[in-house]
Design a protein around this ligand. Sequence first.
Ligand code: NAD
Length: 313
Amino acid sequence: MQSAPELDLTAISDQRLAVSRQLGRPVCIRQGSPTAGDSVLAEAAGLLSGSFALADELPGAPFAGEVALVTGGASGIGKAIAQSLHERGAAVVNMDINPAVEGLLPGPRYLGIRIDLTDESALEAAFLRAGQAFGGLDMLVLNAGIFPPGIRIEALGLEDWRKVMSINLDPNLSMLRRAHPMLKRSPRYGRVVINASKNVLAPGAGAVAYSASKAAVTQMGRVAALEWAKDGIRVNMVHPDQVFDTGIWTPEVLQARAAHYGMSVEQYKRRNLLGVEINSRYVGEFVANMLGPMFEFITGAQIPIDGGSDRVI
Ligand SMILES: NC(=O)c1ccc[n+]([C@@H]2O[C@H](COP(=O)([O-])OP(=O)(O)OC[C@H]3O[C@@H](n4cnc5c(N)ncnc54)[C@H](O)[C@@H]3O)[C@@H](O)[C@H]2O)c1
């Protein structure tokens, strides 16, 4: 039996770039032949071999024909980001360990991949699947993360430290490395948003591994902004404060933290200068806007999404 030819993501991205330039707008390109339910862009038919261009489901939408990859988008903030990007017409690839990722959004512009991001070989296969489905990448959102139970430094073992780094930090290097050739060939320009945390600016006692992992991924993003500006790729960071409608915050944890500060849950949720509660929908919309034209000339920026904070440490 003849084995399938190796998929070359750089070559596919080049093909997508060439077709997008000819058509004067970004298009998604799927490898293989169309199946029922696929709507093919007739204008591109003569330009492609062994693949076809998907027609825009939402013509005129800001991200029509563009491809976004979100990590950790089965729940909480990542889910809201995936939804906001999908609503703006992007094809969305969502990678998460939670099986709920697979059927999260409807239609041909969504590919949910169940994956443990700490597994390098699974990550390689996931990138190939994404490349096969949409032909390239324009937007990368590094969001997946865990917030472990509080442990003070004197009690924290290396195993617990490494576990946090292995999820919150290490896979992001692999994601950036694998995404770079595709982002560089984005028909408009490549962009990355990293969801770090307000812990970078105001770390939390009992959260040294989490705070350090988020500070490290922020530095990774800043270096990427330096290295990739010449490729037209923008890399920016967000630092949300507590976002309660997420998997990280169970009702029990919320109750305990509020009690710790002698506050009601409602008071605790709004303990910032503006007295507002930040929810995942707000962060999702904010990140989608950062990926749009308003941030075209911005790279290496860090935006707190926290209702205002007067904390220094
Ligand atoms: N909720 C907050 O208060 C808050 C504040 C600031 C920053 N953040 C950051 O936001 C990001 C999203 O968290 P959230 O609050 O939405 O929580 P969440 O638990 O709802 O979402 C995290 C997602 O990451 C996924 N994930 C975890 N480990 C994974 C792995 N090994 N492989 C693949 N997927 C994995 C989970 O399955 C989950 O869907 C995290 O990086 C978190 O640190 C959260």
